[in-house]
Design a protein around this ligand. Structure first.
Ligand code: GDD
Ligand code: MG
Length: 370
């Protein structure tokens, strides 16, 4: 059985983290998110996967190649221009043979794929959409089903007054390839606003598979942080690459932690990272490879990628740092701030309230201060 993963979106809601890194390549506990997805498929015996790429396509090719390092067979197929979710699968239709899983590439879930496949087969379904309950369906595709699970209505990003259920499209589908006869070739076409409404009209069997498995769309900064939190506190099954060295503390390879530093898990520290004198690191926090964390820093609820230099006395709280940044002495980076890549923040700055710093930005000393 094959799977297609849709990874061509621009990840606009996650900018600036996605300016240089496509959303599915964002690190999740120091490992590209897509790798976690692929390994999950491999666990289910699905070893041949088609990645429908578009935005920053080369990043996928460089990192994943033909998939042999994961003992899988990958086809990385780029659309000449964005074709939309269904158009992207139409573009790789020639590679499909029989029942196929399709995944949105930004959903963290431990959905039971075997149970979904059984459900699909038992009903002779042509399209099965996984469903999950959410608090706010306006951000998603609302799916109404009858008692037997047959889809009665599909409404993408519904208005408040149109909400009749809190079950939404969870972004995992099982399809029979024949359904793509309804998708026009070489065009932009969406499952959500195109194919699903059409299938409702034609009457081909389309079912919703409800599940209460763990589920989050990592497409927004807060959910990107939340997913890390959930993994670190054990809410979702996750295989840590590092070695556990203390109460919910994992290190990946060689790290250098000063004897007076204090680490309160859950915390993951990447290979080659150094942590200075008197620094406190409080979980849930993930620190990438080769970071230099100076003395007397306070770090709590942070996701930081590789090669960051954090100078003396810096406070980082509930924020995301991309790669290769330098944060000047005594600065405070707090409250949902996002700093992307290769930024230089001078001394004694205070960045808060979800401020977003674009790649390559330089901020002088006390430019935004107390
Ligand atoms: N190849 C390709 N080409 N992939 C695309 C394209 C495209 O033109 N457009 C979007 N994608 C990929 C994105 O990379 C992402 O993995 C997936 O399709 C879904 O796109 P999002 O932009 O993340 O959509 P959304 O989150 O607003 O809504 C979708 O997901 C929700 C669940 O998370 C919809 O499917 C909703 O119905 C659903 O509830
Ligand atoms: Mg999404």
């Amino acid at each position: 059985m094959k799977a297609v993963i849709l990874v061509g979106g621009q990840g606009t809601r996650l900018r600036p983290l996605t300016c240089r890194t496509p959303k599915p390549m964002l690190p999740l506990v120091n490992q590209p998110f897509i790798e976690w997805m692929l390994l999950r498929l491999r666990d289910y015996g699905i070893r041949e996967v088609i990645l429908a790429v578009q935005y920053l396509a080369d990043r996928f090719r460089t990192a994943l190649g033909d998939g042999s390092h994961l003992d899988m067979r990958l086809h990385i197929v780029e659309e000449p221009e964005p074709r939309g979710t269904a158009g992207a699968v139409k573009h790789v239709e020639h590679l499909l043979d029989g029942t196929t899983f399709i995944f949105n590439g930004d959903v963290m879930t431990d959905l039971d794929l075997k149970a979904m496949l059984d459900f699909h087969r038992e009903r002779g379904s042509k399209v099965t959409i996984s469903l999950t309950p959410v608090d706010d369906p306006t951000q998603f595709g609302l799916v109404e089903t009858d008692r037997d699970g047959r889809v009665r209505r599909f409404l993408e990003k519904p208005r408040l007054e149109d909400i009749t259920t809190n079950f939404v499209n969870a972004g995992t589908y099982l399809i029979e390839p024949e359904i793509f006869r309804y998708v026009p070739p070489n065009q932009f076409y969406m499952f959500e606003r195109g194919l699903f409404p059409v299938v409702l009209q034609t009457g081909d069997p389309m079912y919703g598979f409800p599940s209460r498995a763990y589920w989050t769309d990592i497409g927004k900064p807060q959910t990107y942080l939340d997913v890390h939190h959930d993994i670190l506190i054990g809410k979702v099954q996750y295989h840590f690459r590092g070695q556990q060295v203390g109460e919910r503390i994992w290190v990946e390879g060689e790290v250098d932690i000063h004897a007076s530093a204090q680490i309160v898990g859950p915390v993951v520290i990447g290979h080659g990272t150094r942590i200075g004198r008197g620094t406190r690191i409080i979980g849930p926090t993930v620190i990438g490879e080769r970071c230099e964390i100076g003395p007397e820093c306070q770090i709590e609820g942070v996701v930081m990628w590789e090669r960051n230099v954090i100078e003396e006395g810096v406070t980082l709280r509930n924020c995301v740092l991309g790669s290769g940044n330098r944060i000047g002495e005594r600065s405070h980076i707090i409250d949902g701030t996002i700093i992307s890549d290769e930024c230089h923040i001078g001394q004694e700055n205070r960045l808060e309230r979800g401020i977003r710093i674009w790649p390559g930005t330089t901020l002088g000393d006390r430019a935004i201060s107390f």
